[in-house]
Design a protein around this ligand. Structure first.
Ligand SMILES: Cc1cc2nc3c(=O)[nH]c(=O)nc-3n(C[C@H](O)[C@H](O)[C@H](O)COP(=O)(O)OP(=O)(O)OC[C@H]3O[C@@H](n4cnc5c(N)ncnc54)[C@H](O)[C@@H]3O)c2cc1C
Length: 315
């Protein structure tokens, strides 16, 4: 693709989108490490999303990035097109017990809006720094609940065909931190079916969740839990039992506060984070015969260079 085509895209999207070149992708994630994205497209309207899908040259790699709170960008960056939602995709609409949100809406905002409206069922999301689209892709959850428990239906744009369809909850094949959403599918909006609750109780629950997170989880540069909890034990407890709390590899370290969090230093590299993830998984396998798989996903070119245990944003 030539820069001429990029200019053509900016013109095509008009006020409905922002097209940027050589964007520091790492800075768009909570890890805040990693390289640049060749082209970063922020979609502000559904018309622009359709126009992008119609324009996309076949064979170009596309990645969708929400708040980047579950993504580690490779140091070499990503040469494809990264798509991000903002503008009308940040909106939240409450109608009775239904809450309809754009795919870019922040989860803590959705949690607070639903509680303010006297609804219950989304409180768990108040401490998850992702978006609605990211929550559906990951089946994010916590505090005994998950996205799958209240999602009714989502509008999904297939960026490879330009077709938009409504996909009902049972069609996502949700599992633990898993959905069948493909890397070229963009969640434009979603409707959650919540239940009537008590506003004061809901506000108290939000406060408890926020306080619990402050007490148990570290701040700084991380992506939350790195490993999926195996069925028999919490991943953090398994890592801790192997004496890995505080283990360091270059600019990355296992959090002293929560052993399933791997922190990056301010001047850190994705390479060090990946190397520590591999080291921790190998040590837990050798000491406990437990196979850990990752919750976080890596965004970058050359998938063959990443250790097999890592999940990738693009195939
Ligand atoms: C401090 C901290 C605490 C966390 N706590 C939790 C927790 O309690 N529970 C939990 O489940 N997770 C937790 N996470 C991880 C993360 O916040 C969730 O996985 C979240 O749902 C990711 O949303 P995102 O918008 O940041 O997605 P990203 O990280 O940007 O992307 C994650 C995946 O979703 C896809 N995606 C994003 N937006 C869309 C879209 N609109 N359409 C299609 N695909 C999309 C991406 O392509 C990627 O595959 C935590 C992270 C941090 C940093």
């Amino acid at each position: 693709m030539t820069s001429l085509r990029f200019d053509e895209l900016a013109e095509l999207l008009g006020d409905g989108g922002i097209v940027e070149h050589d964007v520091d992708l790492g800075r768009r994630t909570t890890y805040r490490v990693g390289g640049a994205g060749a082209l970063f497209v922020t979609l502000l309207t559904a018309e622009a999303a359709n126009a992008l899908a119609a324009w996309l040259p076949s064979g170009v790699r596309v990645a969708v990035l929400g708040n980047g709170s579950n993504v580690l960008v490779a140091d070499e960056g990503f040469s494809g097109i990264t798509v991000h939602l903002a503008g009308e995709f940040d909106e939240i609409l409450v109608e009775g017990e239904l809450v309809t949100c754009g795919g870019g809406a922040d989860l803590p905002r959705v949690a607070r809006r639903s509680v303010e409206a006297g609804l219950s069922g989304f409180e768990w999301a108040v401490g998850v720094p992702g978006t609605v689209g990211g929550a559906i892709a990951m089946n994010a959850g916590g505090h005994g609940s998950s996205t799958a428990e209240s999602l009714l239906v989502a509008s999904v744009l297939d960026l490879s065909t330009g077709a938009t369809c409504l996909r009902y909850c049972e069609e996502f094949s949700f599992g633990y931190r898993h959905s069948n959403l493909k890397s070229h599918e963009l969640v434009l909006s979603a409707t959650f079916a919540l239940r009537e609750g008590n506003r004061e109780d809901g506000l108290a629950q939000l406060r408890d969740i926020v306080a619990w997170r402050r007490a148990h989880q570290p701040g700084g540069q991380n992506c939350g839990s790195v490993f999926i909890n195996p069925s028999t034990v919490a991943a953090g407890a398994a890592i801790d039992a192997c004496g890995l709390r505080g283990r360091r590899s270059g600019t990355a370290s296992v959090s002293e506060k929560h052993a399933n969090f791997i922190q990056a230093d301010p001047d850190g590299t994705a390479r060090d984070v990946i190397s520590l993830i591999s080291e921790v998984a190998a040590e837990v396998k050798s000491q406990s015969n437990l196979v850990l798989t990752t919750e976080l996903k890596v965004l970058g070119d050359h998938a063959e260079r990443f250790p097999l245990l890592l999940r990738l944003v693009t195939p």
